[in-house]
Design a binder for this molecule. Sequence first.
Ligand code: ZN
Length: 299
Amino acid sequence: MVVDAGHGGHDPGAHGPTGVREKDVTLAISRRLVDLLNAEPGMRGVLTRSDDRFLGLRQRMERARSANANLFISIHADAAFNRSAQGSTVYVLSEKAASDEASRRLAARENAALIGGVELGDKDPVLASVLMDLSQNASISSSIAVGDAILGRMVGLGRLHRRTVQQAPFMVLKSPDVPSVLIETAYISNPADEQDLRSPAHQDALARAILDGARNYFAANPPGNPVSRPPTTVAAAGSFRERAARPALARQHVIRRGDTLSGVASLYRVSLSSLRAANRLRSDIVWVGQRLRIPREDT
Ligand SMILES: [Zn+2]
C-alpha cells in the first residue's frame, strides 16, 4: 500500500488560521500510517515522500505502480473561505475523469507498458480501449469499497464533512490499475480542525482509522483476489452495458453503488433464479465490489 503525503517542498498546500501547513500535517499522518502498516502482519506501507520535498502528481502515481501497490491513499487537508466548514471527506475518481484519462492515454499511447498486467502496445485500438475501461471500472469499484470501509472507521472520530464516498476528477487518483482514495482528513481552515490536525494524538487516531478501514477492506477482498487487484483478463472486460452487449465477454459483473441483483439479471438477460444459483446466493443482497458470475445458459 502506497501512502501519499499531499503537497511538500515549494507547495505548502493550504494553511490554517494559526499557520499550520497542510504539507506538514499530511506528512505526519502519512508517516504514522506507514509505521502502523509496517507493524501489521501481511501489510506493507511505502511513502511517496518521507521528507519536505515537492513531487509531481504523476510521480506520486508512478510510485504506486512501481511499488506494485494494491492500494494508493493520498492524504490531504481541506480548506474553505467559510471557516465553519469542518470534518473529513473521502474521494475516489469519477467515471467521467477516468474515461477522459483513458482516452488521453490511448491517444498518447502512453501505456504501451502494462495496464492491469495486460500489454496494450500490440492490441488493436478497440480491444485496448475495452481493456483500459475494464481496468478503470474495476479500480473505481474497488476504490469505492475501500473508501466506504475507511469512512466506516472515520465516523468514530467525530466529524465527517460528507457521509458517503465522493467522486471527483483528482489527477492523483487516475492510476488505471491501482485502487486509489484521497482523504481530506479535516478542514485546516477551521480553527477546531486545525488544532486537531496538529495534535499527534489526533494524527494517530486518523492513521488508525485509515489502517482499520484498509484492513477491513482487505479482509473482505483478500489481495490476489481479483476484486482487490483489478482483473487482468479479457473475460472481465468492458463497461457494464458494453459487457452485457458482448456475450463472449459477459462472464462477470462487479457490483457498483445502486446495482441490484434483479437489475444485473435483466441487464444480462438471465433469470434471477439462474443468477442466484450461479453465485450460490441465498438472498438478493449485493454489495459494492462483489463479483457476480453471469450464467450463459439462458441468454
Ligand atoms: Zn491538499
